[in-house]
Design a protein around this ligand. Structure first.
Ligand code: ZN
Length: 410
């Protein structure tokens, strides 16, 4: 019997070949051997397994380089599917996607605000079943479920207010284990900002040579960096903590131990706290001010800002300037071509955030003299994290290397 390690190596090798086929569009066995460094005999065996599994197809013949014309291979996009779910405060967004990153079906259900983990785990199997039935895809083509949620892999928790409005941590591992048991599908929780970056790559049709940053605003700020066709993961998959960039080193203390982090100066909870300090604003905007209600209060402030309420505009623009200040530093450090703002936090007043970010970057980012850059509000603020989670689920279950360039296709 092969050892666990050799099984992992076999799986990685197969995943590498699949990655190369995905990124190559159409590719021959000889080209696969050249690009992978594997022998032609190994390539033949792996390709046969992938063909037998229906994951790839033979599509025709390439140009001859002297001998017989080579058979070309491509991924059979409709052969496998995965579901991604983004756990938003005001809605849970589901996406069912195929191997090529195309969305086959979507579903939106109640958000997780004031929900207990037990309630979520009770309703998710039924919601997944509804999505899968509506999509019409064969159940045996599903390889797994990816869940995009705030939190970090290192900690394995999702910070939340529960139904009693007490602060709790949901355990990633518990969600993975219980949902896998109740659905029979492989389940993996991923950081929502990383998922959003991958999803944006797919929905935007970006090229593999682009370098861009995706800022995700849900209950807090996060970001994902896509560089050269891959998502940057750092040493321990805990990248993207833009919320803990120092904006004011002498500012208020942050739970992370720092002072004046973007999070404590500009996150939705802080915007609400600032609003409640202004005489009469709570009543005028109808803010609840209840613990755990800051999300709906933030959306009310954002809506008032979009309607031109001067005090609400000041609050949102202040938050946007803090974000833009962080982005000037990141742009200078990373030489970015594009910044995309996504996530439900930009749903209502995203245009204000995008305008302020653009203005501040155009005035202060050093790269303005080197090349053009773009600040854009995502067209898929709800769906990008869910689509990214589905893509990651497909990739993990089919054994692709986590650091492969081809994770995102080309
Ligand atoms: Zn901090």
């Amino acid at each position: 019997m092969p050892s666990a390690n050799s099984l992992i190596r076999m799986r990685d090798t197969s995943g590498l070949v699949l990655d190369l086929i995905r990124s190559g569009g159409e590719i021959s066995r000889v080209e696969l051997a050249g690009q992978s460094g594997l022998t032609e005999a190994s390539i033949s065996r792996i390709v046969r397994e992938l063909l037998d599994g229906g994951v790839i197809l033979e599509t025709g013949f390439g140009l001859s380089t002297g001998g017989k014309r080579p058979t070309l291979l491509k991924v059979n996009n409709r052969s496998r599917h995965a579901v991604g779910a983004f756990l938003g405060e005001s809605a849970v967004h589901y996406v069912l996607a195929d191997l090529g990153g195309s969305v086959v079906a979507t579903l939106e259900t109640a958000g997780v605000a004031h929900s207990s983990l037990q309630d979520l785990l009770r309703r998710m199997p039924a919601e997944l079943d509804k999505l899968i039935r509506a999509s019409g895809v064969p159940v045996d083509s599903l390889v797994g479920v990816g869940i995009a949620a705030p939190g970090r892999r290192e900690l394995g928790t999702i910070p939340r207010y529960d139904e009693l409005r007490d602060f709790v941590d949901w355990d990633w591992r518990q969600i993975e284990a219980e949902l896998a048991a109740s659905t029979g599908l492989a389940v993996a929780v991923e950081n929502d900002s990383t998922c959003a970056a991958i999803g944006e790559y797919w929905v935007s049709g970006a090229s593999a040579t682009e370098h861009f940053l995706v800022v995700n605003l849900s209950i807090g700020f996060g970001c994902g960096l896509v560089t050269g066709g891959d998502v940057y993961r750092g040493a321990s998959s805990n990248v993207g903590e833009i919320g803990h960039m120092t904006i004011d080193w002498d500012g208020p203390q942050c739970p992370c131990g720092g002072h004046g982090c973007l999070e404590v100066l500009a996150a939705p909870a802080r915007v609400v706290a600032q609003a409640l300090e202004i005489d009469g604003l709570q009543g005028r905007l109808g803010l609840s001010a209840e613990k755990g209600d800051h999300w709906s209060d933030f959306e009310r402030i954002a809506a008032a800002a979009m309607n031109g309420d001067a005090q609400a505009v000041d609050l949102v623009e202040h938050s946007a300037r803090a974000l833009a200040t962080a982005l000037v530093s990141l742009t200078n450090v990373l030489d970015l071509q594009r910044i995309v703002l996504t996530g439900p936090g930009f749903d209502v007043a995203g245009e204000i955030y995008a305008r302020i970010t653009r203005e501040v970057l155009e005035a202060r980012a050093l790269i303005r003299n080197a090349h053009t850059f773009e600040v854009r509000l995502s067209a898929s603020r709800h769906g990008s994290a869910a689509l990214g989670a589905a893509t990651l689920a497909i990739h993990q279950q089919l054994g692709g290397s986590r650091r492969s360039r081809a994770l995102l296709g080309t």
